[in-house]
Design a protein around this ligand. Structure first.
Ligand code: F6R
Length: 255
């Protein structure tokens, strides 16, 4: 795993967008694992700006997670978020090329959805490049502390801390934040051939430091990335404030 310190999220976004553009040129039917939330916004803006230099025709996108109980047309559902930030602005068929877990339905529906979700990834040969954000508790996707490193797509209960942080997307009202979500597991994420975790701002500094310099433990889910051969934390100066050995990592001044 490597760490790349960049001055701004926009510069980090350019670096990762370049990699995506190169990958899709080399492998037009690439499978991209995508994240939601605020961290990938600058990346999606950059990808939208490059919409004519990336050929999306054969690409598949697989999102990490979604809330349970929010229909696709709910503005806070991750389907709606992905459409608004990326899919509505690029030449991609949402119905057959983009996948966001569907957290609606009863226990049986959810179980079937989790199974189908995993099959989709396997049928397409696995994820080529995975984008991640990181929670303030170091979760990746919605794998909260304590999640097994070999976990797969499943329904999980969200930590109170995660709901508290995410209430900003629900008008500041925690009672509106769903209590459960569907998430890709850590085992699946670790099988991606290349991973970029994006973290911006001081609010992520503790989680980044524990994940990069602390022991690998299920209590710090993102620490598992230390074991990945081709994972990079792309972080800004504020997000590395708590790292002890900042000088050891690559610093990109401009791109
Ligand atoms: C969302 C996801 C989450 C977020 C994390 C950080 O798809 O996988 O793990 O990446 O909660 O959220 P932001 O980017 O809003 O700080």
């Amino acid at each position: 795993m490597k760490v790349m310190i960049v001055p701004t999220p926009e510069i980090g976004a350019r670096i990762v967008a370049d990699r995506i553009e190169g990958l899709v040129r080399y492998k037009p039917n690439s499978v991209l694992g995508l994240a939601t939330g605020s961290s990938p916004i600058s990346l999606y803006k950059e990808l939208v700006e490059r919409s004519y230099s990336i050929n999306w025709a054969k690409v598949t996108t697989i999102n990490l997670d979604n809330y349970c109980g929010l229909a696709d047309d709910h503005p806070q559902s991750y389907r709606a978020e992905m459409n608004a930030n990326l899919f509505d602005h690029i030449l991609i068929h949402k119905d057959c090329q983009t996948f966001v877990p569907n957290g609606m339905g009863d226990e049986e529906d959810i179980e079937a959805e989790c199974c189908n979700y995993m099959s989709r990834i396997i049928e397409r040969g696995g994820i080529d490049l995975q984008i991640l954000g990181i929670g303030t508790n170091a979760h990746i996707a919605f794998n909260e502390p304590g999640s097994a490193f070999d976990s797969r797509t499943r329904r999980v209960e969200l930590d109170e801390a995660t709901r508290e942080v995410n209430k900003r997307f629900f008008g500041g009202d925690i009672t509106k934040v769903p209590t459960h979500a569907l998430t890709m597991g850590i085992g699946t994420i670790m099988e991606a051939r290349e991973i970029y975790l994006l973290a911006w701002g001081e609010g992520k500094a503790e989680a980044v430091a524990k994940s990069v310099e602390g022991p690998v433990t299920t209590q710090v889910p993102a620490s598992v990335l230390q074991l990945h051969q081709n994972a990079a934390f792309v972080v800004d100066d504020a997000a590395v404030l708590a790292l002890k050995f900042k000088d050891r990592y690559a610093r990109v001044l401009d791109f």
